[in-house]
Design a protein around this ligand. Structure first.
Ligand code: PLP
Length: 395
């Protein structure tokens, strides 16, 4: 007998489940790229992109995964030998720093942990010491997808301002854009990075880089220019395909426009953030209830620093690899495994196209698996999670 027949569910922290409307929007014959509907769609996407990052700054699209936008940010603002300060809070900002090192940047890491958010006071102290302003940029992530920490971006901005430091402030929102509140202009962020495949509900293949005027001004002293990601060429684009350094990502543009429509129909980003907060509260209620000594536990101890897009669950002496195998093979839910130095852990992605029934299904599959494995849990996480959802149902 086999229980697992039905719609499989992907609950890894990106790529996320795609809305059928987005998939349908991609599924059409290639149009003319020189005139007609595609040009209108491209113009419309560029017009609407700033609102996704809540900015009046300049959007750039890279046909790549998120790594391409990391590269774009560095190549257009930094000069060989410049120093950048990477704020460690898990894996992903470090990986951005490793890329910058390969491009000839002097990368200093402000040490962090795998369980805590970035400490703004430590940043302020380091920047205050940099009296000659050798540090040209501060790089961090809003949400680290390995640890599931959410960093306090306004507090980090406050630390930079508190030290009176002129460094560019670059924030990787790849895991969090469309899931967590993010206000590029109000929070005075100079470069925002995102990718299509997580909260933005579009298959992998598009990355985004939004630049403030201060970031654009840094282009003039940068010297790591790479033609494909070069801002100068893109800012001087005479035809819309020059915004992509070549043939537009046609199917992805149709998909992105549809995903933006879905966000607008939901009530815009604030409504989307609220839904993610409620669904994430349900995840957290479940994990908190499952928790037991030497069993399930949160990776992030500070409740205010837990992401609304992904939750990393430590499993103590319970084999997380086995949990994920049973969930995928027998219940139809694919979970993420722990990455980095977290130890025995799995990760639940709760980003993008997600409603209570999908999420409760994921949580129930985990609980059933824990039960089958004879794991000791504190209580029914499903009961706790559905109570959390119930608080927000209108009767
Ligand atoms: C997923 C992710 C990345 C990497 O994105 P790719 O599209 O795989 O290049 C970088 N940073 C964060 C925070 C992520 O969640």
């Amino acid at each position: 007998m086999r229980l697992n027949s039905g719609t499989p569910s992907l609950a890894i922290p990106g790529p996320s489940m795609m809305p059928p409307r987005v998939l349908a929007a991609m599924s059409q014959q290639m149009p003319n790229i020189y005139a007609g509907e595609l040009v209108d769609v491209s113009d419309e996407v560029f017009e609407r992109l700033p609102s996704l990052a809540r900015t009046s700054g300049t959007p750039f699209v890279v046909i790549s995964n998120g790594h391409g936008a990391w590269q774009m940010a560095i190549c257009n603002t930094m000069a060989r030998g410049d120093k950048v300060l990477v704020l460690e809070s898990g894996r992903f900002a470090l990986a951005w720093g490793e890329m910058a090192t390969m491009s000839g940047i002097d990368v200093e890491v402000l040490p962090g942990t795998m369980t805590d958010p970035i400490d703004p006071a430590a940043l302020q102290a380091r920047l205050a010491d940099d009296v000659d302003h050798e540090i040209k940029a501060v790089l961090c992530v809003q949400t680290d997808t390995a640890t599931s920490v959410r960093n306090d971006i306004p507090a980090i901005r406050g630390a930079i301002d508190g030290a009176g430091h002129p460094a560019l402030f670059m924030v990787d929102c790849i895991a969090s854009l469309g899931c967590e509140e993010f206000e590029m202009d109000d929070w005075n962020v100079d470069i925002t990075i995102a990718a299509s495949q997580k909260g933005l509900m579009v298959p992998p293949g598009l990355a985004f880089c939004w630049a403030s005027d201060k970031a654009l001004a840094a282009y003039d002293r940068s010297d790591l220019h790479m033609s494909y990601v070069d801002w100068g060429q893109r800012l001087n684009a005479q035809a819309h395909y020059e915004l992509y350094s070549g043939t537009p990502p046609i199917s992805h543009l149709f998909a992105l426009r549809e995903a933006m429509n879905i966000i607008d129909e939901e009530g815009g980003l604030p409504a989307v953030w609220q839904r993610h907060a409620v669904l994430a509260d349900a995840v957290r209620a479940a994990v908190e209830t499952w928790a037991s000594p030497d069993g399930v536990a949160f990776n992030i101890s500070d409740p205010d620093a837990r992401s609304n897009a992904v939750t990393t669950v430590k499993t103590g002496s319970i084999d997380a690899g086995r949990i994920s195998e049973i969930c995928a093979d027998q219940t139809g839910v694919t979970l993420g495994l722990g990455i980095g130095d977290i130890g025995n852990a799995f990760r639940i992605g709760h980003m993008g196209y997600l409603n209570p029934h999908m999420l409760l299904g994921t949580l129930a599959a985990i609980e059933a698996t824990l039960g089958a494995m004879g794991a000791v849990i504190g209580g029914s996480g499903i009961e706790a999670a559905s109570a959390e959802i119930a608080k927000h149902l209108t009767v």
